[in-house]
Every structure is written in structure tokens, then in C-alpha cells.
Write a protein that binds this ligand. Structure first.
Ligand SMILES: Cc1cc2nc3c(=O)[nH]c(=O)nc-3n(C[C@H](O)[C@H](O)[C@H](O)COP(=O)(O)OP(=O)(O)OC[C@H]3O[C@@H](n4cnc5c(N)ncnc54)[C@H](O)[C@@H]3O)c2cc1C
Length: 507
């Protein structure tokens, strides 16, 4: 069922059992999971069904430290959320990503990979991926040409990825949501304040505002905040009339520990002779697309006290003209969406001819850092909400980990007689020097981190905001650490786990 909130009388009271704020990857997966529940689910989406400049302008914010993508277009403010943009790269976090690592301050999830596995399998389906199989042996069985590089398997392994079509959640799940009698989707219902009870121990209601200034009130038994990591933090911090530091922010944690993935060309690999490369490109198994990247075994990360990272082979040698995507990604979200949704000219399923020289594309974990954060701006948006600014800050461990990865790869390539690795100059230039061509993956994580101790995390292991009885957070905002894989598969899995938990609350 769909209602455009602009058509309602001002001051309308909307009531239900469960209220999900934000219809992106997390919010839509949860709503889909409740279609047969018989419970009244209110799904509040700030935007409409299409990307609009006026709505994206509400996302404008400044990058106060490091360069970053223009915030007004780095995430999307309409039904389907940022999946209107995404590329569909998916892989689960590794078991080590969930562990408390003594060399990574603030690391450690209160849940383990085996606990998340059943939800990963369900998330794989929502994102239209293949079987829940990320063991390279499974893919090698399918095709005799799929062979791994002969590197020491105690050091490096092929980390498998699958590629979603990519699923545009707002297109694929629009009909099922609109047809579900118990899901009440309100578009243009932008939540501008979460209103707690006087004692700030539970949520009383929400204030939702339309772009033309009508204010409605929303009441439910349980609330889930699913606006993406930047805007989840923004909404909690801006809901500060009763909780003066912001909701869930008694310990000054909301907005802190913002994490991205470092995406950067870091080295060049020259093989002595061409090798079969199909595993590292896109082997086709029916409509399923998958490929491997090089990754370090958990024990090796442990031994060298480094973060998790992967390396993908990009065709051709270094040219000296590597470019950051920060500058080339347009502030005009509509233009980016058109460009990214244009039909593909190639299926990407046939491997390129074997080469001997490759540029290495790194995707690496960022260490959790309290100084890397989302903060409220003094400036307000058109609906009177303080804007969110970004202070993206790094630690020496971030860069050292990339350097050690390639030093180990160089050693291993030499030992196996495969060839040589040349590190780019910036990688050996000290732990603070980063190159102009550094990019991020548009992966926003960590701003409402999960920890059992309210002094160390905003939400508990069930994604419930500490100290507030009926407020939960869905999305990569809850990650204590972000591993080296793109976040969406995991955030859908964590949202589905939350969905199961809420069934016990909204019986
Ligand atoms: C160019 C690009 C490529 C990407 N590629 C990949 C990839 O290959 N693999 C991968 O894993 N990830 C990728 N991502 C990241 C991926 O898109 C996000 O991880 C994912 O969409 C986040 O899901 P979410 O539900 O948390 O947030 P979103 O998808 O951003 O959804 C949030 C929703 O909340 C709504 N909202 C926000 N504020 C309010 C409010 N106050 N009131 C009501 N509604 C509100 C928004 O309109 C939106 O619908 C990419 C992102 C970009 C930009």
C-alpha cells in the first residue's frame, strides 16, 4: 500500500506496529521480510520514486578533512536508496573480521561469522546472487579453466566475490511492497526528529515532514532507523530537544568511528609468463557471476598485526596517470544515476587474454578511529535540519597494512618463481602520505557502532540503541569494523537478523 505523505492533511497521525525509517537496502529487505507477518508495518521514505535534485540537496554537507565524494550525491534520497547507484560487488566478512584483534583498537563484534551465516544465505537471495558459496573450491569445480595462482595457501588465498545484477531495490521490490496489504509505504515522509519519552527511555513518536512543509506524527511499538550510516547519525544527533547531546549519545559515540574502504592502485605485478586468470576475472556459471581477489589468511594478518585487505588484478601496467574517483564523481546525483544505470555493453563474463603485467587494485579495511566522524553542521537544510559534515581521518595502521600486504605478495611471488611486485612510491613514503588517486567505495560504516558495553557502542548485539527500549538501527552504521569487503551483503544479513529479533517484540 502506498501513500504520498504530501497528500495527507497536515498533522495526520500515522500508527502501526513496526516503523522502518528509510527504504534503502536495509529498510526494503526488512519490509519484504514482514510482508506475510500480519503486522502493520509503516515504511517511511523521505524521497519519492525517482532521484530528484531538490531531495538530494537535503543531503549536502562538507568534507572537513580529507577529500571525499560530494555528500549530496554519494548516497541517494529516494525509494530504493543508494542501491539506485550501487555496482553489486558482494562478499561476506571473514571470521577474523568479527574477532577482537589486540593490534586493532576498538575491534571485535559481539556476534560471530557462524551466527551470521544463515542470514547471509537469505541476504544472497534478496540481492539476486547465486548460491551462498564463497569457497573458491566450489567455483573451481564448475570449470576446468578456473584455477588459482600457485601461491602458498598458508599465506594467500582467493577471496571469492559474487556480483548482483546489481539489484535496484526500488525497482525489484516496488510491486511486492505496494501489493502487500500490511506494508504501508509513505513516500515524501522525511523524518526530521525522533521524539523520546520525557525520561528518554523509549521513543514516543516521530516527526515526519514533507518537502512542502507539512508535518505528520508517526507512532509505532518498535522503530528501526535505516537511513544509511551518515543520515542515521545525523538524525540521532539532531533529535536533541530532550536528549541534549542527541539520542543514544550519552557517551559521545554517535557519528564517531566513520569507516570507508581504501580503494587505490598500490602496486604493479609482473609475471614471468601468462597464467590462467579466469578465477580472477568473471567465470560464468549460468547467470551467476563471480571472481576472486587475492587476500591474506587470518593467521598472517595476526602475525604481521595488520588490517584485512584484498587485491584485484587490473589489466595493463601503471601509466603514472592513476585518478581518484572523488573528483570525477558528479555532485549531480541524477547524472550519476543515469550513467550507472545505462545498459551494459558487455556481460563481463569472458576473461581477457592472459597478460604478464597487472596494476593491483587494493580494497582495504579502515581501522576504527573515534576521530573519523560525522558531525552536525551549524548550517540547516531546507526542512530546518542541521546538515551532516564528514571528518574522514586515518591512522598509521591503515597505510602500513597496505604496504605489508604487497611486501608479502612480492616475497611470495619471488619464492614461487612467479614474478615480481613493484610497490608504488607513495606506499613506501611513510605512514601518513596518501596519494591523490586514493578513492573510497561509497561505503559508509560505523557511526552507531555495535558493542555490548554502552560506553563503547551505540547499539547492542541486537542492534537496539542502548538505554532506549524500542529504537533499533539497521545498516552498516552498526559495524564495529568493516573488513575488506563492500558492505551491502553484510548489512542486509544484519538487517534480516534484526528482523527475526523484532518478531519476538511485535508478536
Ligand atoms: C556508486 C556506488 C557504488 C556502490 N557499489 C557497491 C557495491 O558494489 N557493493 C556494495 O556492497 N555496496 C556498494 N555501494 C554501497 C551501497 O549502495 C550501500 O551500502 C547501501 O545502499 C546502503 O544501504 P542502506 O539501506 O544502509 O542505505 P541507503 O541505501 O542509502 O538507504 C537509505 C534510505 O533512507 C532514506 N532516508 C534517509 N534519510 C531519511 C529520513 N530522515 N527520513 C526518511 N527516509 C530517509 C533514503 O532516502 C534511502 O532510501 C555503492 C554505493 C555507491 C554510491
Amino acid at each position: 500500500m502506498h501513500i504520498d505523505a504530501r497528500t495527507l492533511d497536515p498533522g495526520t497521525l500515522i500508527e502501526g506496529d513496526l516503523c522502518i525509517i528509510g527504504a534503502g537496502a536495509a529498510g526494503i529487505s526488512m519490509a519484504m521480510d514482514w510482508t506475510a507477518s500480519g503486522r502493520k508495518v509503516i515504511l517511511l521514505e523521505g524521497g519519492g520514486f525517482n532521484v530528484e535534485a531538490q531531495m538530494q540537496a537535503l543531503y549536502h554537507g562538507e568534507s572537513l578533512d580529507r577529500p571525499y565524494y560530494p555528500l549530496r550525491s554519494a548516497t541517494l534520497h529516494y525509494f530504493g536508496g543508494t542501491t539506485g547507484h550501487w555496482s553489486g560487488f558482494c562478499s561476506p566478512l571473514d571470521p577474523i573480521d568479527f574477532e577482537k584483534r589486540d593490534w586493532v583498537p576498538h575491534s571485535g563484534w559481539p556476534i560471530t561469522r557462524p551466527q551470521l551465516d544463515p542470514f547471509y544465505a537469505r541476504a544472497n537471495q534478496y540481492l539476486e546472487l547465486g548460491p551462498y558459496e564463497y569457497d573458491p573450491a566450489y567455483w573451481e569445480k564448475h570449470d576446468a579453466d578456473v584455477r588459482r595462482l600457485p601461491l602458498d595457501s598458508r599465506t594467500f588465498y582467493p577471496k571469492m566475490w559474487q556480483f548482483s545484477p546489481p539489484t535496484r531495490m526500488g525497482t525489484v521490490y516496488r510491486d511486492p511492497i505496494l501489493k502487500a496489504p500490511n506494508i504501508h509505504l509513505y513516500t515524501y515522509a522525511r523524518v526530521v526528529e525522533i521524539v523520546p519519552t520525557e525520561a528518554v527511555t523509549a521513543i514516543d513518536s516521530l516527526r515526519a515532514m514533507t518537502i512542502d512543509g507539512k508535518v505528520h506524527r508517526v507512532r509505532a511499538r518498535q522503530y528501526v532507523l535505516a537511513c544509511g550510516a551518515i543520515h542515521n547519525a545525523r538524525l540521532l544527533l539532531a533529535s536533541n530537544r530532550r536528549a541534549t547531546r542527541g539520542l543514544g549519545n550519552d557517551h559521545d559515540l554517535v557519528g564517531r568511528y566513520f569507516m570507508e574502504h581504501f580503494e587505490v592502485i598500490a602496486a604493479q605485478v609482473a609475471f614471468e609468463k601468462p597464467h590462467p586468470f579466469k578465477l580472477y576475472t568473471f567465470p560464468a556459471a549460468g547467470r551467476v557471476r563471480a571472481r576472486a581477489e587475492l587476500a591474506l589468511m587470518g593467521d598472517v594478518q595476526r602475525q604481521h598485526r595488520i588490517l584485512n585487505g584484498t587485491a584485484a588484478f587490473y589489466g595493463g601496467p601503471l601509466t603514472g596517470k592513476e585518478q581518484s574517483r572523488f573528483a570525477s564523481f558528479s555532485a549531480d546525483a541524477e547524472a550519476n544515476v543515469k550513467q550507472r544505470q545505462a545498459p551494459r555493453t558487455s556481460t563481463g563474463s569472458s576473461p581477457p587474454p592472459p597478460q604478464v603485467v597487472y596494476r593491483m587494485f587494493t580494497r582495504q579495511e579502515q581501522a576504527p578511529n573515534p576521530e573519523s566522524r560525522i558531525v552536525l553542521s551549524a548550517e540547516k537544510d531546507e526542512l530546518g535540519m542541521p546538515r551532516a559534515d564528514l571528518r574522514w581521518r586515518f591512522t598509521p595502521l591503515d597505510k602500513r597494512s597496505i604496504r605489508v600486504f604487497y611486501e608479502l605478495l612480492g616475497r611470495e611471488m619471488g619464492r614461487a618463481g612467479l614474478g615480481r611486485v613493484q610497490l608504488m612510491d607513495w606506499l613506501v613514503d611513510g605512514d601518513d602520505a596518501w596519494p591523490d588517486h586514493l578513492s573510497g567505495g561509497w561505503h559508509h560504516m560505523g557511526t552507531t557502532r555495535m558493542h555490548e558495553d554502552p560506553k563503547q557502542g551505540v547499539v547492542d548485539a541486537d542492534c537496539k540503541v542502548h538505554g532506549i527500549a524500542n529504537l533499533f538501527v539497521a545498516g552498516a552504521a552498526v559495524y564495529p569494523t568493516g573488513g575488506a569487503v563492500n558492505p551491502t551483503l553484510t548489512l542486509v544479513a544484519v538487517a534480516l537478523r534484526l528482523s527475526d529479533h523484532l518478531r519476538t517484540k511485535v508478536a
